[in-house]
Design a protein around this ligand. Structure first.
Ligand code: NI
Length: 137
């Protein structure tokens, strides 16, 4: 674990009060860990914008009865097998499937594959969440 350093921050009182309320509601024990998480969030965002390596999950709900859809989703994942680590499929009910695809790769590659699947007809809703591999922070 890296050495800790202390730093001071000047901030408007009302802004700090709002921050304290939010972090208390979210369960942070103190400001330090909340600030560290905000900084990490920024670093991940920079990594995504700079097309750096990421790990990601894509969650999708889609129409089980849409012809060829599950084959198309499967084919896309095979075509980009270097970016797909795992996929889990849940049959939600008679009509809906829920699939979570775990991916890695450069941010642009992962986003491209996710956009390709999310834009298929019959995919009702989905969300891509990208994060960094944790190296460096
Ligand atoms: Ni299913």
């Amino acid at each position: 674990m890296a050495e800790l350093v202390r730093t001071g921050v000047s901030i408007e009182q009302d802004l700090l009060e709002k921050f304290d309320k939010v972090i208390a509601r979210r369960g942070y024990g103190n400001r330090s860990e909340a600030l560290r998480d905000l900084i990490r969030e920024m670093l991940v965002s920079e990594a995504v914008n700079a097309n750096k390596p990421v790990v990601a999950t894509l969650s999708m709900v889609y129409d089980h009865h849409r012809p060829e859809l599950s084959n198309k989703l499967n084919a896309a994942q095979h075509r980009h097998h270097g970016n797909v680590l795992a996929a889990t499929h849940v049959h939600l009910d008679e009509n809906n499937c829920f699939e979570v695809v775990i991916m890695k790769g450069l941010a642009g590659e992962v986003k491209h594959l996710a956009d390709h699947m999310l834009s298929m007809r019959g995919v009702k809703h989905g969300k891509l969440v990208m994060t960094a591999t944790g190296k460096g922070f």
